[in-house]
Design a protein around this ligand. Structure first.
Ligand SMILES: Nc1ncnc2c1ncn2[C@@H]1O[C@H](COP(=O)(O)OP(=O)(O)O)[C@@H](O)[C@H]1O
Ligand SMILES: [Mg+2]
Length: 266
C-alpha cells in the first residue's frame, strides 16, 4: 500500500472484502488516489492524491474544466481503470486488491454506467438491451424484473421498440434501465445529459434524483450547472485535485464557483 492512512482498512481486508463497520454508510472511499499517464518529461498526472468519501444513497456531481481529471476519477472509481497509487473502496471492496477477473465481475454486477452516447445495441429491442447485463453475467433474466426496470424509467410500453424507434431521451432512459437492472452499488454517469436538449435532460435528471431518493448512490460528471444542481453535493476538480465542494447547490452558486475555478491560478 502506498498510503499509510489506509493501513487499518487494509488489515481488515480479506480478498478485497472489508468488515462491515469500516464502510457501513460509505458507497465509495478514495484514499490518495493518483493516476499518471506516460513517463518522464511527458508524464501527466490526471489525478493527484484525491481523498474523499461518498455516502450511500447520495447524488454527487463532479465538475471542473476540461482535462481536470473528471473522467479519470470516474473510471478509476468504477474499476474501469487502475490507479497508479492509492486505494478505491466500492461497496466495501478494495478494488486495487482485486484480480482482473474479480474486477470484471464487479464491474458487471456492482456498478452501472450511463454515458453521453447511449450505446444501445441497435438490433435489440429496449427489453433485450436492458436484459443484456444479466445475460452477460450468466443469469437468466426474468421478464417481469426487466419490465419493472423499464417501468421505473417510464418506458414499459416501449419494451418492444428498437433504439431507432425511440427519441434521444427515451434511448437514454433505456440506457438508465440497463445500468440499473443489476441493482448496482453505484450508478456512474459521464455527461449523461450531454446529448439531450434541456427539457429532455431534465426528465433524465429527475429520474436520477428519484432513484437517489429511493436509496441509489449516483456519481455524475457534468459541465452543466443546471444538471449539477440536482445533486446533493458538487465536487470541483482542477488539475487532478479536489478544489472544493458545494452542498445543496443551486445552479447560480455552481456557476459562480466554476467561474472562480477557471480564473484561479494553478
Ligand atoms: N489515456 C490517456 N493517456 C494520456 N493522457 C491521458 C489519458 N487519459 C486522460 N489523459 C490526460 O489526463 C488529464 C485528465 O483527463 P480526463 O480525466 O479525461 O479529464 P476531464 O474528463 O476532466 O476532461 C488530461 O490532461 C488528459 O489529457
Ligand atoms: Mg471527460
Amino acid at each position: 500500500m502506498n498510503d499509510m492512512t489506509n493501513t487499518a482498512a487494509h488489515d481488515n481486508a480479506r480478498d478485497g472484502i472489508l468488515t462491515k463497520d469500516v464502510t457501513k454508510d460509505v458507497a465509495v472511499r478514495l484514499r490518495s488516489l493518483t493516476r499518471s499517464y506516460g513517463k518522464g518529461a511527458a508524464a501527466v498526472t490526471a489525478l493527484d492524491r484525491v481523498t474523499l468519501d461518498i455516502p450511500k444513497g447520495t447524488f454527487t456531481a463532479v465538475m471542473g474544466p476540461s482535462g481536470s481529471g473528471k473522467s479519470t476519477l470516474l473510471q478509476c472509481t468504477a474499476g474501469l481503470d487502475r490507479p497508479t497509487s492509492g486505494t478505491v473502496l466500492l461497496g466495501g471492496r478494495d478494488l486495487t486488491s482485486l484480480s482482473e477477473n474479480k474486477l470484471t465481475l464487479l464491474r458487471r454486477e456492482r456498478v452501472g454506467f450511463v454515458f453521453q452516447a447511449f450505446n444501445l445495441l441497435p438490433s435489440l429491442t429496449a427489453e433485450q438491451n436492458v436484459a443484456l447485463p444479466l445475460r452477460l453475467a450468466g443469469r437468466r433474466p426474468k421478464r417481469g424484473a426487466v419490465l419493472d426496470v423499464l417501468e421505473r424509467v417510464g418506458l414499459r410500453d416501449r419494451a418492444g421498440h428498437r433504439p431507432s424507434e425511440l427519441s434521444g431521451g427515451q434511448q437514454q432512459r433505456v440506457a438508465l434501465a440497463r445500468a440499473l437492472v443489476t441493482r448496482p452499488d453505484v450508478l456512474f454517469g459521464d455527461e449523461p445529459t450531454g446529448a439531450l436538449d434541456s427539457r429532455t435532460g431534465q426528465e433524465v435528471l429527475a429520474l436520477l434524483r428519484g432513484m437517489v431518493d429511493g436509496g441509489q448512490t449516483v456519481i455524475m460528471v457534468t459541465h452543466d450547472p443546471m444538471a449539477a444542481s440536482y445533486a446533493d453535493r458538487v465536487l470541483f476538480l482542477a488539475d487532478g485535485r479536489v478544489r472544493g465542494a458545494l452542498d445543496s447547490p443551486t445552479a447560480d452558486r455552481i456557476a459562480e464557483r466554476m467561474t472562480a475555478l477557471a480564473v484561479a491560478p494553478c
